[in-house]
Design a protein around this ligand. Structure first.
Ligand code: NDP
Length: 327
């Protein structure tokens, strides 16, 4: 496993990491969480991603209980959480990055995770109604109180991130150092477009999400929706349209030929493709089974075998997307 700096920050993250989004609590209880996290950690993963909103706080509870059982040395791993949507419907408690909510948010997360501090905290989305200055100060204060070490953004516009950086620089506050954007073979427009220059100029790190487009890029939806898959679950019916999209499925099938030539699985190829981007600090993987974790971790062996020629072949398959990128 390679460990990449989170942009210009001193901390290093494993190139593949592990997240708990719709899986922990919904698909994985404590026992399975322990087994999957152990498989990832044994493969060299040092970063585990979470958010207060995942399973309405229960995902943090499951990860906290798992970490307690795993008894790893605290210095050997990083945990993150994120704030924005909140857990309650109060006017100051949802869709916000106001100071009160952020401070209450971190305190709640630490309790659920049973940790004294988390390592990374993210503003899960931008809040168009709270001044960015207030949010920057609140994130700075959380870090100053030792409750987190680094902070970042998720799906913010480049201009908003630049504003946050400038505010932090002006007041000598802790700056945001990483973004958490979607990045996979189907959704690369923002990461390879708006953000790319920005990563170069500001040395921002990135922890990218949904590398398999929720499993679509594993090829599991090529013959319909398996009952025991993410899209097969009632609460994820929003995914059905995407995983049955004929154009997308044709691309996945075409990709299969390249995977076969490389002697790897579609999941490994799709993850390895993400790893090839030098602006990716870590690719956050997701899984509902230990076998998937083990399979996915082997993507690190596939990445060095992806030549510029293969990258071009992949781009040809995803041509429509590429043309959009160039708009
Ligand atoms: P993926 O796109 O990789 O999807 C993971 C899912 O795909 C698994 O849960 C599993 O679903 C299926 N899968 C994974 N590996 C395999 C395999 N080898 N073979 C077959 N199926 C496989 O990642 P996620 O969408 O889970 O995102 C990863 C992480 O990113 C999240 O956990 C979260 O931490 C973060 N994230 C952040 C967001 C943000 O807004 N900041 C938004 C979304 C995610 P199943 O078996 O159930 O079909």
């Amino acid at each position: 496993m390679e460990y990449r700096h989170l942009g210009r920050a001193g901390i290093r993250v494993s190139e593949l990491s592990f997240g708990s989004w719709v899986t922990f609590h919904n698909q994985a209880g404590i026992k399975l969480a322990v087994d999957m996290m152990a498989a990832a950690y044994d493969a060299g993963v040092n970063f585990f991603d979470n958010a207060e909103v995942y399973a309405n706080g229960k995902s943090e509870e499951v990860m906290g209980a798992a970490l307690k059982k795993l008894k790893w040395r605290r210095g050997s791993y990083l945990v993150s959480t994120k704030f924005y949507w909140g857990l309650n419907k109060g006017i100051n408690e949802r869709n916000t990055l106001n100071r009160k909510r952020l401070i209450e948010g971190i305190n709640g997360s630490l309790q659920r995770l049973q940790l004294e501090y988390v390592d990374l905290i993210f503003c899960h989305r931008a809040d168009k109604t709270t001044p960015i200055e207030e949010t920057v100060w609140a994130m700075h204060n959380i870090i100053e109180h030792g409750k987190a070490f680094y902070w970042g953004t998720s799906e913010w516009e480049a201009a908003e991130i630049v504003e946050a950086i400038h505010i932090a620089e002006k007041h000598h506050l802790h700056k945001p150092v990483m973004e958490q954007p979607v990045y996979n073979l189907f959704e690369r427009k923002r990461f390879s477009g708006e953000y790319e220059r920005f990563y170069k100029d500001y040395g921002y790190g990135s922890t990218t999400w949904s590398p398999l487009a929720s499993g679509l890029l594993s090829g599991k939806y090529n013959k319909g929706i398996p009952k025991d898959s993410r899209a097969g679950m009632k609460q994820n019916s929003w995914l059905v349209e995407t995983v049955t999209d004929k154009d997308k499925l044709a691309k996945v099938q075409a990709l299969e030929i390249i995977a076969r030539d490389l002697n790897c699985t579609l999941s490994q190829l799709s993850l390895a493709w993400c790893l090839k981007n030098p602006y990716v600090s870590t690719v956050i993987t997701g899984a509902s089974r230990v076998e998937q974790v083990k399979e996915n971790m082997k993507a690190i062996e596939v990445a060095p075998r992806i030549t510029p020629d293969i990258l071009e072949q992949i781009d040809t398959i995803f041509k429509v997307r590429k043309e959009e990128d160039e708009d």
